[in-house]
Ligand binder design. Structure first.
Ligand code: ZN
Length: 309
């Protein structure tokens, strides 16, 4: 009998190192961030997202099941810059007391003017006295994403110190991939005259791209796209599209396409497809990673803006 116990003990000792170590359970606030965390974390982490693919984080309404998902996570990663106005209440409701990463920490955001031109039914945070807000959509700016990735890598290393080196290495490799992607984007724009860099989207989420590549995004100023667009404002925008010969008109993956369809019809401009602003496509879709999403947006913008050259 003793022998059997001894053999069992030896078997347990042998099998212990072979058993897979549990992965770090991470919950991220939205799909783009979840992908970045998964890229940096590799197979050491299991990442879930609160706002699903194609979802609008600005107007997300968490459910009790989201609170339960937060409660069981080992690490919570959010974006910050008031992109998730629902998060603090959700965390309080969940009782989560674990470590947190705010990925935009230390990044200087661009300022965006009050509500002019981007009122598409969601709010980009409280305006300051000067009537401007911090633009939260900084994932569209790859130089700023270098800091973002480093913050995530450092946060993962702090939460799971036994794999700290692996997180730092993966973070550096991913940052290098984003740097190469940025160089590719710069090269794409090099052959497109600045005068042709005009595009219309429903949502003023592309201010960082506008800034980096001198694109004029003609957002429907004063037009509220959530079912009550004023006929006057739409008519003004259509006149502007015709006058400035804007050919790049886009749907957005998180917005209702109705207004863009109407503008395209009345201005007789073809829609240049769908841009991904605040969320990824579902897994297996055309923009199911941040890198795929960024590349697709640049490709579609260039293609449509070239039409009027
Ligand atoms: Zn937005």
């Amino acid at each position: 009998m003793r022998h059997i116990f001894a053999i069992l003990a030896v078997m347990l000792l042998i099998s212990a190192p072979v058993r897979a170590q549990p992965k770090l359970q991470v919950i991220a606030s939205f799909s783009i961030l979840a992908d970045v965390v998964a890229q940096v974390g590799g197979d050491r982490v299991e990442v879930a997202t609160l706002v699903p693919a194609m979802g609008d984080a600005h107007v997300f309404q968490p459910t009790p099941s989201d609170a339960r998902r937060v409660a069981t996570a080992a690490l919570l990663v959010s974006h910050g810059l008031n992109f998730e106005p629902w998060l603090d209440r959700l965390v309080a409701a969940s009782g989560f007391k674990g470590p947190r990463i705010v990925a935009s920490t230390g990044i200087k955001p661009r300022r965006m003017g009050g509500h002019a031109g981007h009122d598409h039914g969601h709010d980009h945070g409280p305006a300051t006295k000067a009537g401007t807000v911090d633009d939260p959509h900084l994932w569209h700016d790859l130089p700023r994403m270098q800091t973002y990735v480093a913050t995530i890598a450092a946060g993962l290393a702090a939460a799971d110190p036994s794999h700290a080196d692996a997180y730092r290495q993966r973070g550096a490799a991913y940052a290098a991939e984003l740097k190469a992607l940025d160089a590719w984007a710069v090269a794409q724009f090099a052959s497109l005259p600045v005068a042709h860099r005009k595009a219309i989207t429903q949502h003023d989420a592309f201010g960082y791209l506008a800034e980096r590549f001198q694109i004029a995004f003609l957002a429907p100023q004063g037009v509220n796209t959530d079912a009550e667009a004023s006929a006057d404002a739409v008519a003004r925008l259509i006149r502007q599209i015709k006058r400035e010969r804007v050919q790049a008109l886009f749907f957005e993956n998180i917005a209702n396409p109705r207004l863009i369809e109407q503008i395209a019809r009345e201005a007789k401009v073809k829609v240049g497809g769908r841009l991904y602003s605040d969320a990824l496509s579902p897994p297996g879709g055309e923009a199911d990673s941040f890198v795929a999403m960024y590349r697709l947006n640049i490709t579609r913008l260039i293609e449509a803006m070239k039409r009027d050259s």
